[in-house]
Design a protein around this ligand. Sequence first.
Ligand code: GLC
Length: 637
Amino acid sequence: MIWNSTEAPADTARERALREEFQRRYALCEEELTTLYLSLYPGQRQAFEDFGQMLQKSFLERPAFMLEADEARLRDPRWYTGNGMLGMLMYVSAFAGTLQGLRQKLDYIEECGVNYLHLMPLLESPAGRSDGGYAVSDFRRVQQSLGDMSDLTALAVDCHSRGVALCLDFVMNHTSEDHAWAKAARAGDPEAQSRYFFYDSWDIPDAYEKTVPQVFPTTAPGNFTWCEEAGKVVMTTFYPYQWDLNYANPAVLRDMTENMLYLCNRGVDIIRLDAVPYIWKELGTSCRNLPQVHSLVRLLRLSCEIVCPGTLLLGEVVMEPSKVTPYFGDADRPECHMLYNVTTMATTWHTVATRDTRLLKHQLAQVFALPREHTFLNYLRCHDDIGWGLDYGFLEQFGMGQVPHKKYLNEYLTGRWPGSPARGELYNDDPRLGDARLCGTTASLCGIEAARRQGDADSMERALRLDLMLHAYMFTLSGIPVLYSGDELAQENDYNYHADPLKAEDSRWLHRGDMDWLRAEKRGDETAPEGRIFRGLRQLERVRAAHRVFDGGADVWLVQTGDDGVLGIGRYHEGEKLVALFNFSADEKRVSVDELGECADLLSGEDADMGCIRLPSGGFVWLLCDFTKGQNADGTD
Ligand code: GLC
């Protein structure tokens, strides 16, 4: 397919070169693109032409600084898999008020060692009906209170000059009920209604409800909402003001892909595909992870490869492991570049609450067996709740049933369990299923908040150790570690949301508090919790970045510790071997591991003996054997 100069004369040599480049890239994908597109939209040749035109237009609008970034990344396609990557996730409003304010704070972000910055949704979204920005009413406008599109691009340019990649959400499953399409649909426009799922009666919605689970059973029960103005029922999987888009309509795919590429052209390097498993619906199914979803993701990937090949796709797939990995696609037909390590995250908090590493070992063994090319985003906390998607089949062999176990985890992590130092709150407590999820910051869940309130130095010591150990463990996994803004300073829960009627119903605001810049001033003070965590994390990050054994290409395995309370992870890469041990139990442990090599403790720099390692509760070690020591440059002894 060729769109040439008849519509827009290729007036400059640069434009001619760009058109040629577009056609070269398009030709490489054309066959697959055509087959895939027509499998979703049989016979819709004209719509396919329109889609291709849109790709070309988006490519011709790509700014010079992003074309340069594309070229650099094409030369080094695994640029994001090294041991030097460190992410941070934040709300612009909570961190710095505005995008301009954030530009002023880039020194702090760099001081944290961060080179991957994920900004929570910042596009226009109606106040009070925004789901934290995940109900977008205009994909081309920034929320007024944060700034405008030119501020976003200015920030992206600053980030690029500092080597920081920018990540933004692409909320593609739904729009806000205030989006122009939704407004037109409400007014009765049939074309606009065909972009959503509208029904004249409750018959079909009721039929869907038989097989579709609920996302927000307490805060937003049901998957459909009555729309008074249209006199129809509309599909709303998330909140009633978030209307599901109908991707069976090719105009939706074209316009939404164009919206995504628009963001890429503003300087966004990483696109987080929000709630991606939900984007195709079929009656009689769960409306999750349907095969068409994978075709759509592959189409987005091909679109990026043509228009903006330096862009990474991060899939938000909060599902059980067997549903997650298919979003990587196959080696010759890749879908997402990166996915969240969500089950590992939930299993980690299960391990904190039970002090028993058996499930975590079982989970990690599966992750470690995956191809090294699968890049996971590792995290302890994010803006969302912790859902207890654990491997209950495995837990049942130890007599842990799903409902009582979730109840235990929630009691422990909300501090209701006797002796628990954790301070969290429940989220979407569904009494029918006993299925509540959990909210809270890392520091509060580790016991830092309780210890500070009690003024108890020993408890504080234990809580700080646990917090650091969890981060060290996260840094030991392959992939990109992402800090949740505030965690670098042991920021605690923010209970103010209870008094805000727009937030009170949604306990996720507990861990979405404003950045406390007064606390940040204590980051150099080793005697304050803020300083202990900040400096501790910096040390871990520096060590990680300095040793190739943390590279995503390393072999990774479980090290036998002979103790259910202690997790052991081994890594090997290019002559460096790491043995990492983490004591999740309540007691001090003496561990001996059967791994070869003389090693040094990476944090103290001292020699260590693998035959006898002493770890306090919440303690950890990183032991390194360097097999290249004493070798000549050519590898001979
Ligand atoms: C994702 C977001 C979550 C939001 C939902 C609906 O799961 O992480 O915060 O509520 O999508 O857009």
